[in-house]
Design a protein around this ligand. Structure first.
Ligand SMILES: [Zn+2]
Ligand SMILES: [Zn+2]
Length: 233
């Protein structure tokens, strides 16, 4: 069995609800691996704490958002993974995955602006760091609905709508997680009904099957077997 260290980063405005989203996605991914006989599991290693000093302000139009530069996150996650490997030498784990609540940004090396990313992957001395921002997957009505329900002023219809939007959010995220996991094992993009086929819109992403097409599935399975064989030798 191969493990991927799993963590999340960020401050949730609606902490309880968002934590539920993170852990449902975590469980959903592990259930997917299990049901599909993939010798792969996420291992939760706790929430990642970051020094607030790294936070930068980004202005996009009228809006001011706070974010951590990708470079900082990758470094912190790499160090965290090294610590986990040292603590658990008997399990195979050379990848770390983090869900972030804020956008992923990096300073463009040529121009003075920050670029936004949905997902980021980086390999440092044989260790893979994977990042996925939750924000782009969030249905726009969600945070207002959460506030209404938390205020106690929600109608049954609004409560039902919140449940529906939360399910949609989790489903989108789980597909995103499987997409990044695919990249984590060197899968490229494909053009089939598959999580490895990047969408041009969220609507397209919603209509996509939750899973890998046959050819991506075989490639992922092979990559996992390869890594298992390398360990034995
Ligand atoms: Zn991709
Ligand atoms: Zn595919």
């Amino acid at each position: 069995m191969e493990f991927i260290a799993f963590t999340y980063v960020g401050n949730f405005v609606n902490d309880g609800v968002m934590k539920e989203v993170v852990f449902d996605v975590f469980d959903g991914a592990n259930r997917f691996f299990e049901e599909n006989n993939l010798p792969l599991r996420f291992l939760y290693i706790g929430k990642l704490k970051l020094e607030p000093g790294y936070l930068i302000n980004i202005y996009s139009g009228e809006e001011k958002i706070k974010a951590y530069p990708v470079e900082v996150l990758v470094e912190v996650l790499h160090a965290k993974l090294l610590g986990e490997i040292e603590e658990k030498p008997d399990i195979r784990m050379n990848r770390i995955f983090a869900l972030t609540t804020f956008p992923l940004v990096s300073r463009n090396p040529y121009f003075d602006f920050y670029e936004k990313f949905l997902g980021v992957q980086e390999t440092l001395v044989g260790l893979r760091v994977m990042l996925l921002s939750m924000k782009p997957f969030e249905p726009p009505e969600l945070s207002e609905l959460i506030k209404t329900v938390q205020r106690g002023s929600a109608s049954p219809a609004e409560r039902a709508l919140l449940r529906e939007k939360l399910e949609l959010f989790k489903n989108r995220l789980l597909k995103g997680v499987l997409h990044e996991v695919g990249h984590g094992f060197d899968l490229g993009h494909c053009t089939n009904d598959c999580v490895m086929n990047p969408p041009s819109s969220m609507g397209e992403w919603d209509s996509r099957m939750l899973g890998y097409c046959d050819s991506c599935f075989i490639n992922l399975k092979r990559a996992l077997e390869w890594s298992e064989r390398n360990r034995r030798e």
